[in-house]
Design a binder for this molecule. Sequence first.
Ligand SMILES: NC(=O)c1ccc[n+]([C@@H]2O[C@H](COP(=O)([O-])OP(=O)(O)OC[C@H]3O[C@@H](n4cnc5c(N)ncnc54)[C@H](OP(=O)(O)O)[C@@H]3O)[C@@H](O)[C@H]2O)c1
Length: 346
Amino acid sequence: MKSKISVAILGATGTVGQKFVLLLQNHPWFEISELVASPRSANRTYRNACAWKQDKPIPYVLRDKLLLEAGSELSSRILFSGMDSSVAGPIEEDYASKGHIVISNSKNHRMDRDVPIIIPEVNSSHFEITKKQRFKGAIITNSNCVVMPVAMVLAPLHQAFKIKWVQLSSMQAISGAGYPGIPSYDILGNIVPFIEGEESKVETESQKILGRLDGNTIEPADFVISAQCNRVPLVDGHTINLSMEFEKKPSPQQVGDILRSWKSLPQEKRLPTAPRSPIIVFEEENRPQPARDIWLENGMAAYVGRIRECPIGHIKMVVLGHNTVRGAAGAAILNAEAYLSLGYLG
Ligand SMILES: NC(=O)c1ccc[n+]([C@@H]2O[C@H](COP(=O)([O-])OP(=O)(O)OC[C@H]3O[C@@H](n4cnc5c(N)ncnc54)[C@H](OP(=O)(O)O)[C@@H]3O)[C@@H](O)[C@H]2O)c1
């Protein structure tokens, strides 16, 4: 690639926005040229407006950059969006109507008929539907942060053995709720067995991602998911315990072999943000663990362990994902890389 492509970050001050800032610094294809947030932050410097919570400092060149107000005219064609879902819907539509390519983390448009939820390892063919969108530009979404590692695991297994049902229970870190998120009094030394709106997302998004593109629509995959979602006192990393039944019963060994060897478009095209192995399977019986494993493959893989027989279904296992990297900003960046590498931007 000759010169870098200018990009903007919408919601640049938030939890996901901060991860975009870190992951895009020194990116070989993209250069951050605009930082955008709410009217509260507009015209303030990034370091002043942002409650920076990352373990690395704000990149020096962005510290004193002035924030723009969401809705204002932007020169970047690609907009990475980490805006609060209470406002993201119409703002993203407006930018897409003006010709921008909006790569979004928010739930607002994920289930729209003409908007894909992309995991490039799983369904890059669904990018095609962006050509039929009502916008001059496009909206492309990535999934919910629990769905991401789960759908990555389900995809090769569904292809090999056809899933009938999945039952899962999540242990989700506090960064998944943004900043300031859940009050410390409610989460320290505690588990909260309710995350508003989460279970319905987890029960529906995977089927769309694993669905079949049929002309102007995506036919969802035909299996059912039952989810129970819990908030736990960890900063980063969502762990999911799941059981499943298939049409064709596999052995734990077969499941491990398929997950371990799975590779797809981002790996074949060597996209800059792609993990070398999208799924890491642990042999140790006490892994994966959020405190030990979420930075393997730079946070971009799904980490799997304890694959064993389930006495009710066929197979059970533990899946872990980095919610703000592979489950949010890193996923969106990989989507932009895949979209570009497939020639959709001309
Ligand atoms: N956290 C995760 O792990 C995760 C994972 C996947 C998806 N998501 C989704 O990503 C989005 C961002 O999540 P987050 O965790 O980063 O939330 P957050 O920390 O609360 O950040 C929200 C961002 O939205 C901006 N915003 C708020 N009101 C606005 C307005 N009226 N106009 C324009 N911008 C406005 C905020 O800017 P100000 O600072 O100026 O208020 C801030 O930059 C949400 O839709 C969330 O569901 C999050």
